[in-house]
Design a protein around this ligand. Sequence first.
Ligand code: MSP
Length: 510
Amino acid sequence: MEKKKFYITTPIYYPSAEFHIGHCYTTIIADAIARYKRLCGYDVFFQTGTDEHGQKIEKKAEEKGVTPKEYIDPIIDNAKDLWASLGISYDYFIRTTDEDHMRRAQQIFKKMYDNGDIYKGEYKGLYCTPCESFWTESQLDEDGHCPDCHREVHEVSEEAYFFKLSKYQDNLVEFYETHPDFIQPESRKNEMLNNFIKPGLEDLCVSRTSFSWGIPVSFDEKHVIYVWIDALSNYITSLGYPEELDDKFKRYWPADLHLVGKEIVRFHTIIWPCMLMSLGLELPKQVFGHGWLIINGGKISKSLGNYKDPREYIDAYGVDAVRYYALREVPFGNDGNFSEDLLVARTNADLVNTLGNLVNRTIAMSKKYFDSKVENPGVTEEVDDSIISYAKMLPSLVETKMNGLKVNEALEDIFELLKRSNKYIDDTTPWILAKDETKTDRLKTVLYNLLESIRISAILLRPFIPTTSDKIFNMLNTKNIEFDTLDFGNLETDITLNESEILFQRIETK
Ligand code: MSP
């Protein structure tokens, strides 16, 4: 049977400065979902990349006295290195300066023009360069600044091309109505409808002449394509659109999930769908707008400079501690605090105390009592049910949570099995069983049940903390590590465990 496909994207990031933990947040979550879907048997296409044009980058490069390309190339090499150190398993990394992308973005612009959806006019308005966003007077904040970043906007007036967003207003509303899951969480849909769509969509300025760092409009070269039109196109140019319709594009489009931060939901749920309607293409299945990681009440931002290189956290605490924190700490969709203290507390509580302890205690007992040999004579007692019945339903609990993108809750459910297992040790008191020769078989079963719940947890944890899962599989010396071996009882009984290794070191706090 042919595998079902799953196309998931992160936003393409501006390489205007080095990436911070906020960018890691989206990307780690996308990675965990992509890995989860792969393990469920989907043919996954996971894409990330960089959004490299626009006035902001042009200015930054100018300040440094280099060309835009010279400015961004090292940032992108560094970003790729960061993704490698976080174990990000993307299938494709798109850069909007890629020749293929530029040519295809021009073709997309031309197609919308040929369809009568782009026309020439004059633009007068307010522009926020850091956000690369146009605003109307009424959208500005109380101080007359950009409502997103609260910095100054400036007036621009120039000949420009416009995209007929207004033409698609009714189709868009109808699409929202007939696809109630399109925008998640629900509150973001209402925000789009009330703040942007109901007041009436205005045609969008989609070209600029006042700077040159962008993709030229193919039929009017003094214009460059508005950076958001260029950027949003990435989701299809990477699949070959509009040149190679038979291959990747047919396979993977429409996207199953665009993961984006809350401030760019409007680009993905208004402008992008209208572009696709103009092109006569299917719309993505879902756009999920997540919250921000906040430091001391404010957004972590390159321009505010309040961040550390994420690799410092990875070096200090390990890649899985950072991944786990990003995935577990904040209910997905909400804003959440980021601090090193919280990262340390989370690591000590969950990864050291709950997971690490369970694994090390269990493996140590197997070694001490049975020379690390795994056996299960099947001497069961009622107390076993506290882990066995939970372990049996856990895969479907996790599936439900993951399908609803409640990633933190999926992890909570998996950790519940680990907690129950720790309690099971206290309840069954293996050290007392070990003193009574008539209880040897019971002790074997107790240890088997513990090892089995560790194996099942490690399989389910693979998408989230893959390095740790691999270490556990290695200690268990088991070959049964795939989702189709999740049934309780699949741990081999003719194996000998390997030496245990410490999974997470307790982090000392002041
Ligand atoms: N280039 C555009 C996206 C184009 S997608 C076709 C862009 N780039 S960005 O670099 O400014 O932001 C990219 C993503 O990073 C956004 O989804 C944004 O929400 C996310 N984050 C940036 N800082 C963040 C936090 N502090 N916390 C969580 N995510 C944040 O917008």
